[in-house]
Design a protein around this ligand. Structure first.
Ligand code: HEM
Length: 390
């Protein structure tokens, strides 16, 4: 995972290769069908189970969805159900990684790891488990390439340039492993928190739906090309990134040399953390920061998003998240299609009372909510025909 590599040629090479495979234009050219197919599959699944009075397990539905998007883009693979061993294993690995990542002190003061030998052993075992998982997926890609099969995916692009760039097999595996975990978890966490916020704010849901319906009408799903005409959908996503990003501290950085910033001395080798929380809840940048308010991102005439405003959910500078365009594309497509098709409501208890799901509190290093259930009630009769899947 080059997220932990030092600045230098190796990092620059991987960032260049990443840009060659998942830039905005590459995604549009090569992976449009993935976003389209997987979001239809998600809607079909919610149509089947979502309107049950006791709701659906949102964690289960969301993870299957983000796993399928990432497996398709990275390895040209997908799984039909959450019980597929490929899904089960990546969920297990991701849960353990989140548990490790939550250990804030070890992240920020890596020197402490010396005193936690057991933890280090478990971390190494977890890393080995991830390598084994990704190795088999990359191996499948290699075998297909060897048979001259067309296999449109990121891993195939990396394998093809391995020799020319001098990349080891482990280099490909580690980078693909980092992409898999980062993409699956961050996107799932943001989607789950969005569903909770929408259920808590029916008025925001109705406004997003109204804008989508006025642009798209009743007979087709929203497309990427509709985005320009639906600024409130984008404003909703931007406000999600501000209000509940998957994490509030990013990956800790390390200063390369002694520095002084606004009178503060930063020694070389010190851990430096971008406090996304401080920025996102600074009332001088975002008045009334505790209020969830998509309107704050709109231009004065309300016809577009205000491009002078900024959030830091993807980090900043040289190490800014290289998967940003995948995430934005995935999330925008999902919101637009989901809210066009369904009303998101709290589930009902056997006694018929509403089971409230509170907005995830900010008390851990990440904002993954505890498992919860919600209802997805179809807004129209024709949704099944519009989705177009069996
Ligand atoms: C909602 C979705 C996502 C969020 C909020 C997110 C956020 C972040 C953040 C905060 C960082 C640290 C940036 C820094 O150090 O300044 C990061 C790094 C990274 N992300 Fe993401 N990410 C998301 C999705 C993805 C996806 C889909 C991929 C891969 C396809 C990805 C791959 C990576 C990699 C490889 C790094 C390390 C980059 C480096 O150190 O040079 N992320 N991400």
């Amino acid at each position: 995972m080059y997220g932990f590599a030092k600045n230098g040629d190796y990092l620059r090479m991987w960032r260049r290769l990443t840009n060659n495979t998942i830039s905005k234009s590459k995604l549009q050219a090569n992976f449009n069908h993935v976003f389209d197919r997987e979001s239809r599959e998600l809607l079909a699944r919610l149509l089947r189970d979502g309107a049950r009075l006791d709701g659906v397990d949102v964690d289960d539905v969301t993870y299957l969805y983000t796993i399928n998007v990432m497996l398709s883009i990275l390895y040209n693979r997908r799984c039909a159900t959450s019980s597929d061993p490929l899904v089960q294993e990546i969920r297990g690995i991701s849960n353990d990684f989140i548990e490790f990542g939550s250990d804030i002190f070890l992240n920020f003061f890596p020197i402490l790891i010396t005193f936690f030998a057991g933890k280090k052993r478990r971390a190494t075992a977890l890393q080995d488990r991830l390598v084994l998982y990704i190795e088999s997926l990359v191996e499948e890609v290699r075998q297909k390439l060897a048979k001259c099969e067309q296999i449109p995916c990121v891993a195939a692009e990396f394998v093809k340039v391995q020799e020319k760039e001098g990349i080891t097999d482990m280099g490909v595996i580690q980078t693909c492993g980092g992409f898999t975990l980062a993409g699956v978890d961050n996107s799932a966490i943001l989607l789950m928190n969005s569903a909770i916020i929408l259920a808590n704010h029916p008025e925001i849901q109705d406004r997003v739906h109204h804008e989508l319906f006025a642009t798209v009408g009743p007979d087709r799903l929203p497309e990427q090309s509709d985005a320009e005409k639906t600024p409130y959908v984008e404003a909703f996503l931007l406000e999600m990134f501000r209000f509940r990003p998957p994490g509030f501290f990013g990956i800790p950085h390390c200063s390369t040399e002694d520095d002084v910033y606004e009178g503060y001395r930063i020694p070389g080798g010190a851990s430096v953390v971008l406090s996304v929380h401080t920025l996102h809840f600074d009332p001088t940048l975002f008045p009334n920061p505790d209020k969830f308010e998509p309107e704050r991102w709109l231009s004065e005439d309300g016809k577009s998003c205000d491009s002078s405003k900024h959030h830091w959910a993807f980090g900043a500078g040289r190490r800014i998240c290289p998967g940003q365009f995948v995430a934005e594309r995935l999330l925008l497509t999902t919101f637009a299609r989901l809210i066009w098709a369904f009303k998101i409501e709290f589930a009902l208890s056997p006694q018929g009372t509403s089971v409230h799901v509170p907005i995830t509190p900010i008390e851990r290093i990440n904002t993954r909510p505890d498992p919860f259930r919600l209802r997805f009630v179809p807004r129209r009769e024709n949704i099944k025909d519009v989705i177009g899947l069996q």
